[in-house]
Design a protein around this ligand. Structure first.
Ligand code: PHE
Length: 345
């Protein structure tokens, strides 16, 4: 600073100081920051306002009154900016409480909305459990199948009505999934019998739980997609009595009381003899699926020796089991995705 200072320079300095000080106070976000700024600008000994005041001594005498007046104005401006900032910071915590929720450990927590498994998935898990206790392990197969596994190897020849395009979902675009062969959505889980036997020698004791597809119009008891539980047991000494015992143990275990089993003669190309399996429930006989002794042609198709091996197979409807257990009367409820329905299981 020179020996004497013009009033204009002094005023300029004061204005710059005021701008800087007001900005510092306005932007102070914490009490510590504000205190730092206060010491810098308003400090009684080292403060920059104090330093500016000292500069007044070098101003021409005639200009001093004007300089003093300007100084007081700026001092007031800076002090009021400080005061406003102090008040703003003092009020801040109160404002925060008003704005948003604070953590209050005494308020009961928000209950979690825990999802649950679909009733069919629950049933599938339970059936695996029951059959697991009877010594059956779980096998799986693809839902997009070729004609060999869905028909041919199951002794269903080309001219058989079960292969009618109107009764199956043949796929125009399945070539990639089936290696160029005609593909379809499997119409039964019996496909997995073939896949398992192709892969491993006897004895076999498996179940397969999965989706099957048939172009049925949806009504209370039909749906174009549903689930089956397939069972297959192959060994050297197996009879229909074993089949009946397994089904009875299964039904008793699933339905929770001693369930009687009735076999009615039937026909499936892949079993001989074939039966419809009915379970006795609430004074009625209810059909749960088909079963029978595995046809020798099926054993031949997978390279098993039919003179040495024998076995049984069965296929039950999973939806039907689940509906019977819970008193559900319309299969379509399972696939509407209405949580009011699904929430009950
Ligand atoms: N696959 C038959 C069906 O879908 C059921 C079945 C399975 C019958 C195994 C006999 C043996 O109707």
């Amino acid at each position: 600073m020179g020996k004497s200072m013009a009033l204009a320079d002094f005023t300029k300095q004061l204005d710059a100081l005021a701008t800087e000080a007001v900005r510092a106070f306005d932007s102070a976000a914490t009490a510590e920051a504000l205190e730092g700024a206060r010491v810098e600008f308003l400090g009684a000994k080292q403060g920059r306002l104090k330093a500016a005041q000292k500069g007044m001594g070098t101003i021409d005498k005639s200009d001093r009154p004007a300089a003093g007046k300007r100084f007081n104005e700026v001092k007031e401006q800076i002090e009021s900016a400080f005061k406003a900032a102090s008040e703003r910071l003092a009020a801040a915590p109160v404002a925060a409480v008003k704005q948003g929720p604070q953590f209050d450990p005494t308020v009961p927590g928000t209950p979690f909305r825990i999802g649950r498994l679909h009733p069919i998935t629950q049933t599938v898990e339970e059936l695996k459990d029951i059959m697991g206790r009877l010594g059956f392990s779980v096998a799986d197969g693809p839902e997009v199948e070729d004609e060999w596994h869905n028909f041919e190897a199951l002794n269903i020849p080309r001219e058989h009505p079960a292969r009618d395009p109107l009764d199956n979902f043949y796929l125009a675009t399945a070539a990639a999934a089936t290696g160029g062969k005609t593909g379809l959505l499997r119409s039964q889980t019996s496909t997995v019998q073939i896949r398992v036997m192709e892969q491993a020698p006897p004895p076999v004791r498996i179940i397969c739980l999965g989706r099957v597809y048939r172009p049925d119009t949806a009504d209370a008891t039909h749906y174009p997609m549903f689930h089956q539980m397939e069972g297959l047991l192959i060994d050297t000494q197996v009879t229909m009595a074993d089949l009946k015992s397994v089904l009875r143990l299964f039904a008793t275990s699933y339905l929770g009381r001693d369930v009687h089993i009735r076999f009615r003669p039937s026909f499936f190309p892949f079993t001989e003899p074939s039966v419809e399996a009915d379970f006795h429930w609430d004074g009625q006989w209810i059909e749960f699926g088909g079963a029978g002794m595995v046809d020798p042609n099926v054993l031949k198709a997978v390279g098993y020796d039919p003179e040495k091996y024998i076995g049984f197979a069965f296929g039950l409807g999973v939806e039907r089991l689940c509906m019977r257990r819970h008193g559900i009367t319309d299969i379509r409820e399972f696939y509407k995705n209405d949580v009011r329905f699904l929430h009950q299981f």
